[in-house]
Write a protein of this length. Structure first.
Length: 111
């Protein structure tokens, strides 16, 4: 019988995702500009590409990227930056999940 210590891994993944989302959702005091959006969106796309290379993209990341692009097209750069930051946090969390699960086999107990 084999068991994997999934609860601990799941808790650490969720804690990382939550902290990244909170950090990304914190609004800035100054109004965001198109340049701010482009920088945030570029960072989110780069993180999403890393997750793709690990074959672990979350669908919520692409939804956040689409929301960011839609907000930017409407001229709401504050929302666009917030959605881009959320997408980046989600992409980083999915990459973290992929890497932690890649090593999870070492926690296997074979009896």
């Amino acid at each position: 019988m084999s068991t994997i210590r999934k609860p601990a891994m799941r808790k650490s993944t969720l804690a990382l995702a939550a902290s990244l989302l909170i950090a990304g959702a914190t609004p800035s005091l100054a109004a965001s500009t198109e340049a701010d959006f482009k920088a945030a969106f570029s960072a989110a796309e780069a993180a999403n590409k890393e997750a793709a290379s690990l074959r672990n993209q979350w669908t919520t990341t692409s939804q956040a990227l689409a929301a960011a692009k839609k907000a930017a097209d409407a001229g709401d750069f504050d929302q666009a930056v917030a959605s881009s930051n959320e997408a980046e946090a989600l992409a980083k969390a999915s990459a973290f999940q992929a890497l932690s699960e890649k090593e999870a086999w070492t926690a296997l107990e074979i009896r």
